[in-house]
Design a protein around this ligand. Structure first.
Ligand SMILES: Cc1cc2nc3c(=O)[nH]c(=O)nc-3n(C[C@H](O)[C@H](O)[C@H](O)COP(=O)(O)OP(=O)(O)OC[C@H]3O[C@@H](n4cnc5c(N)ncnc54)[C@H](O)[C@@H]3O)c2cc1C
Ligand code: SF4
Length: 326
């Protein structure tokens, strides 16, 4: 499979990148590490006339502490850099654990946090070659007019399959976005749309520039648990992140988030209400597991059955809470 032809744009500054995006609005696809976009372009899922390579924009790279405000991670920072950062490992362990489970070491050396946060949704009927998709009559997400997963409806259930976003949601992360109207910041929890086609609150001429981890969640205990077929490389088929703050043997604050079982990564509603103030124990962990499983809505978009993936969300959420408490 070959890449479709396109013109490569290589800005050196963020201003230049934003100007290119505005000039070719709707015709540009941003590439960072390319580990997800390039295979998708080979499958002709995207055939943009222009590809904007962010890698020359050095201001988007690196991890830095901002006094009183937490830590800012540039969108171009690689997952390896996050995995090996002593700052992240010490203060935000759930993110370090999630980053180190992404794909394989080689892909983590290329793949970036910005690309992981903006990852396209995935489906067995979508991540296929043009010939394969054509032989099935395509589908709603690309070029077709029906959904093979839920044929009666007009909704796409393709699954968000990134590992770091649930960890970032647990940490209360914000993202910074640059566009023709300047910069805007939003909580990551407001960035995702639980729809396999719409996916993100990101205009086609906008670029994610940074991820901000608040100081208030520094030092929280964390655990990320992931289901995949091949432990050495695969995307998650279910994933659970838990982060919590313990004081005097009781949970003072907590968040639980899931990935790879819905079109968006989601915070588990009311998990904090179960956990905060509670005396830790197996019963409490099991209750959080039940809540997480009821938030998961897996369908036949991915390998392994939906029933098994939902059950593993329950098991992983229970294990992750216990891992944080012990
Ligand atoms: C074999 C294989 C296994 C994988 N396994 C995993 C896995 O286990 N877990 C996982 O999470 N991922 C996995 N991936 C996907 C991918 O490697 C990672 O998600 C990686 O973090 C993507 O980052 P990237 O910089 O390469 O993104 P790219 O491929 O460059 O971009 C991905 C998407 O994000 C957009 N984008 C990138 N940066 C920005 C930005 N700054 N602003 C706006 N849009 C942007 C691109 O336009 C594109 O739509 C796997 C990929 C492969 C090929
Ligand atoms: S969930 Fe349906 S519409 Fe979405 S990619 Fe899969 S088959 Fe296509």
């Amino acid at each position: 499979m070959s890449l479709p032809s396109f013109q490569l744009l290589r800005p050196k500054t963020l201003d230049e990148a934003v100007a290119w995006m505005a000039r070719h609005e709707g015709e540009v696809k941003v590439v960072a590490g390319g580990t997800d976009l390039l295979p998708s372009m080979k499958q002709k899922l995207f055939t943009p006339p222009f590809v904007l390579d962010l890698r020359g924009v050095s201001e988007l790279r690196g991890i830095r502490g901002v006094p009183g405000k937490g830590v800012e991670i540039g969108a171009l920072t690689t997952l390896s850099a996050i995995e090996h950062s002593t700052l992240i490992r010490r203060d935000y362990p759930v993110l370090q654990q999630a980053a180190k489970t992404v794909a394989s070491p080689v892909l983590r050396n290329m793949g970036t946090i910005g690309g992981n946060v903006c990852l396209d949704t995935r489906c067995l009927w979508y991540n296929q070659s043009l010939l394969w998709r054509k032989s099935c009559g395509f589908c709603l997400k690309k070029d077709g007019d029906l959904c093979h997963v839920a044929p009666g409806g007009m909704f796409c259930w393709a699954t968000f399959s990134g590992d770091t976003p649930p960890a970032l949601l647990c940490l209360g992360a914000e993202i910074a976005i640059a566009g023709p109207k300047g910069m805007r910041r939003i909580p990551l929890s407001e960035f995702y749309v639980n729809d396999g086609i719409v996916r993100l609150h990101l205009a086609p001429n906008e670029i994610v520039t940074h991820v901000r981890l608040p100081e208030s969640s520094a030092g929280w205990r964390g655990s990320y648990q992931k289901l995949r077929v091949r432990g050495s490389i695969d995307y998650p088929l279910a994933g659970v992140a838990v982060a919590l703050k313990l004081r005097s043997g009781r949970v003072e604050d907590a968040r639980v988030a899931i990935t790879a079982v819905n079109p968006a990564p989601l915070l588990v509603k009311d998990a904090d209400a179960q956990l905060v103030g509670a005396v830790p124990g197996e019963e409490l962990a099991a209750r959080v597991g039940d809540l997480a499983a009821s938030t998961a809505k897996p369908l036949t978009t991915s390998a392994l059955t939906p029933e098994y993936r939902r059950e593993m969300v329950r098991v992983f959420a229970t294990r992750a809470v216990l891992a944080c408490l012990n």
